[in-house]
Design a protein around this ligand. Structure first.
Ligand SMILES: [Zn+2]
Ligand SMILES: [Zn+2]
Length: 415
């Protein structure tokens, strides 16, 4: 097999990898770039070798057979609505539903391609290449890594991963799987390699930390949480802490639409009697009239306005657009805000302005990516002959850790 990394060897995100045989061409991830990470740097281009992925040209004799998406973060799926609509897309069911909900709420394009769902360890054969998806722990729900096999050669692509979230058992299972030992090539992410000796806090530890903030001795009033609505592990951690401290969880209608698509064990207003929702004022009547299916089923779980205004025992998931809620609709006396996103977003104007609404801001966050011991353990478990770095700004750090096994892909430098 031949590996061509169209983008992602020298930056975090925007992954696009092609793995091909004489017969078959498969793309793994078709990500957009993360603008906030890549400011002030020259962008890696992906167009030249894969234009038949996007355009209806016959330039390449051999068309692309399929696109596999590891997870629903924009830096892995972001260009999916730009590819030719005849190419089948393989993705986790929940990942696709979360992505679709976000697209629908933000009035962005849906995908017309044939969609096929991935199932853990269920092999998919595409001509002479066999792909086995393996669930893996990451901050995106329903994330997969892939074993790619052809003529006894085996490549493993991690996608984004970690081993300190609630889905860590999946990462451990890959490491313990005897069938995955001694593979030829490991394509492994290294987002955190730029931090020397970095060890990540677990989502479980994070939940305990949040619990300390939520107890009445420390916060008498409501607790607001600024985090991504698509970070399901974090919502779970926040819910656990809310429950342990006798508070109810309040989510907005957008977050509720995501949660209700997921397995029933994930907190959601339909099946959890301590999860309620509210409709933010930023949502117009037009949106509610145009897309009633996103709003109507949730009406009965809506918290009453006077309760919203008077209760002091709530944990409320918020976004920067909810200024009106914080100022007028919810009690902020003796409250605090838990900031639970990447530190860098604080520099964005809308986030900085939102944070100013609160007297107390507590930072609680952990990485969605593997720390250094996890990367070392993973490499040692799979014991690959060759390691190819991806999703990293410090590819040379792999050489420090793993020596001559590391090979670089320079294809993406062609413009
Ligand atoms: Zn990523
Ligand atoms: Zn990711």
């Amino acid at each position: 097999m031949q590996i061509t990394i169209h983008r992602g060897t020298k930056q975090i995100g925007g992954n696009c990898i092609e793995i091909s045989s004489d017969e078959t061409r498969i793309i793994f991830d078709i990500g957009d770039e993360l603008p906030e990470v890549n400011e002030n740097k020259e962008r890696e281009r992906i167009i030249p070798d894969v234009q038949d992925l996007f355009l209806s040209s016959e330039k390449t004799e051999k068309p692309i057979d399929a696109v596999f998406i590891s997870h629903m973060h924009g830096d892995h799926i972001g260009l999916i609505d730009k590819i030719k609509t005849n190419i089948p897309v393989y993705i986790g069911k929940y990942a696709f539903q979360i992505w679709n909900t976000i697209q629908e709420f933000t009035n962005r394009a849906q995908v017309d391609n044939p969609i096929r769902y991935l199932f853990n360890e269920k092999v998919i054969s595409i001509k002479d290449i066999a792909i086995t998806p393996f669930l893996i722990d990451h901050s995106a729900f329903d994330s997969y890594s892939f074993l790619i096999e052809c003529n006894r050669e085996r490549i493993f692509y991690t996608g984004d991963f970690r081993c300190h979230g609630f889905a860590k058992k999946y990462t451990v299972a890959i490491q313990n799987n005897p069938l995955l030992k001694n593979i030829e090539t490991l394509l492994i992410e290294g987002t955190n390699l730029y931090k020397d000796n970095f060890i990540a806090e677990s989502e479980f530890e994070l939940s305990k930390k949040v619990e300390k903030v939520m107890v009445k001795e420390n916060t008498v009033g409501n607790v607001f949480v600024l985090q991504s609505s698509a970070n399901i592990a974090r919502i779970q951690a926040i819910y656990n802490a809310a429950k342990a401290t006798g508070r109810i969880l309040l989510v907005d209608i957008f977050t509720a639409n995501i949660l209700c698509k997921l397995p029933k064990r994930i907190p959601n207003p339909f099946t959890f009697d301590d999860v309620y929702l509210f409709f933010p004022m930023a949502l117009t009547k037009k949106a509610i009239n145009d897309k009633p299916h996103l709003f109507k089923p949730f009406g009965k779980f809506k918290i009453a306005s006077d309760e919203l205004l008077n209760r002091k025992d709530m944990v409320i998931l918020v976004r920067e657009s909810m200024v009106y809620e914080v100022k007028k609709r919810i009690k902020t006396e003796n409250s605090c805000l838990i900031y639970s996103k990447w530190e860098g977003y604080k520099e964005e104007y809308k986030t900085a302005e939102f944070l100013e609404l609160f007297d107390t801001v507590v930072d609680v966050h952990t990485s969605g990516h593997a720390d250094i011991p996890t990367i070392k353990n993973f490499v040692s478990a799979l014991n690959p002959k060759t390691i190819i770095p991806i999703h990293t700004i410090t590819p040379n750090k792999y050489v420090d850790l793993f020596g001559e096994k590391v090979k670089f892909q320079d294809k993406n430098s062609i413009i």
